[in-house]
Design a protein around this ligand. Structure first.
Ligand SMILES: [Zn+2]
Length: 345
């Protein structure tokens, strides 16, 4: 595109909000060469249109889009999504996290890759209609990347990684690498362009401290750092997770036995007994820190079960948090006690 000759675009709305918190009533956004050039008052935009060279062809004149009763805002960010589950059954009333997750896994297991792709597309479209232009997604299929590229959103898509058996860490990470390479090599033209242009990046998403052994997580961390990418994970979302990491939790044992890939050579109870990194009286945050897995390259979702010491550890690490308050409320996990973090603000 020759930007020097591209026509100007003037978008008028009832209100224009900027990223720095200003708002302008009955204003317009002037776009030149694909970039915001100015925010104009009603009078300024009127003068601009009136001053146009009347000899210009219609194609070269300022294009005006009038959006009465609308607000123009900077695109919204959503730092934790699972777009490919957008069409999964709704969360039942009063459902706890692990009851719902078991249902989610059971109901989507029969889904084909096309089902996941359609679901991710529905999620990306719905997010766009709500004004979300940047997403940090994590999913097993990575279909969110295709959906976001098609819709025109930007973001970071974490291809999820699971594995509790540290003795298999190398093999499990090799399989993850193959899934990653397959996602990249089979990407549509739109996704290839978005990756090349830096609009979308695909990274690794170690699912959570209760589903990824520290040795496997470390491989993900090193890979992400080596590719100059952040990685995304769930952290301290529930009391069950905190109990399971610190000592034990039978609810989580039963859930994991159901959903983790089975190993015919190692029954799940045997594997649980081998996990010497749990039951050490550490919180999930202390667990990550202990194994050198908490740093400023991590976007951690939920962060509900952090005590004051955890907040200090978290703040010192420089990690980023996506608090997911609506999800926490819906799944009855509680809310991050942010008053404990205020000492760092
Ligand atoms: Zn999540």
């Amino acid at each position: 595109m020759n930007y020097s000759t591209s026509p100007k675009l003037l978008i008028k709305a009832s209100s224009v909000w900027t990223a720095t918190g200003q708002s302008f009533a009955r204003a317009s956004v002037l776009v030149e060469a694909g970039k915001i050039a100015a925010i104009l008052s009603e009078e300024q935009s009127h003068r601009l249109i009136e001053s146009q060279d009347q000899t210009l062809s219609a194609a070269d004149r300022i294009e005006v889009i009038d959006l009465p009763n609308c607000v123009i805002t900077p695109g919204l960010f959503n730092l934790h999504t699972h777009l490919d589950y957008s069409q999964a059954p709704a969360i039942p009333e009063n459902s706890s996290l692990f009851t719902w997750m078991a249902q989610l896994v059971a109901s989507t297991r029969p889904w084909s890759p096309d089902d996941f792709a359609r679901s991710a597309m529905a999620g990306a479209r719905s997010a766009a209609l709500a004004g979300t232009t940047y997403l940090v997604d994590s999913s097993y299929t990575g279909q969110a990347a295709e959906a976001m590229a098609t819709v025109g959103q930007k973001g970071l898509v974490g291809l999820e990684l699971f594995g509790l058996d540290e003795t298999l860490a190398e093999r499990i990470f090799e399989i993850w690498l193959k899934r990653y390479q397959s996602l990249i090599s089979t990407a549509s033209g739109a996704l290839k362009e978005a990756i090349k242009g830096g609009q979308i990046a695909i990274t690794v998403a170690p699912h959570a401290p209760y589903t990824v052994a520290p040795g496997l997580w470390a491989k993900a961390k090193d890979w992400a750092r080596g590719h100059s990418l952040m990685l995304t994970a769930h952290l301290a979302e529930s009391q069950e997770e905190a109990d399971w990491i610190s000592s034990h939790c039978s609810v989580l044992d039963q859930y994991l036995a159901k959903v983790m890939p089975p190993n015919v050579n190692k029954p799940f109870p045997t594997l649980l007994n081998e996990l010497l990194w749990r039951g050490q009286k550490r919180t999930p945050t202390q667990h990550l820190k202990h194994f050198g897995l908490l740093d400023d390259n991590l976007i951690a979702a939920h962060c509900v079960k952090l005590n004051q010491e955890d907040f200090e550890i978290f703040a010192q690490s420089g990690a980023a948090a996506a608090l997911c308050r609506r999800s926490n409320e819906r799944l009855l996990t509680g809310a991050a006690n942010l008053s404990l973090s205020l000492i760092h603000i």
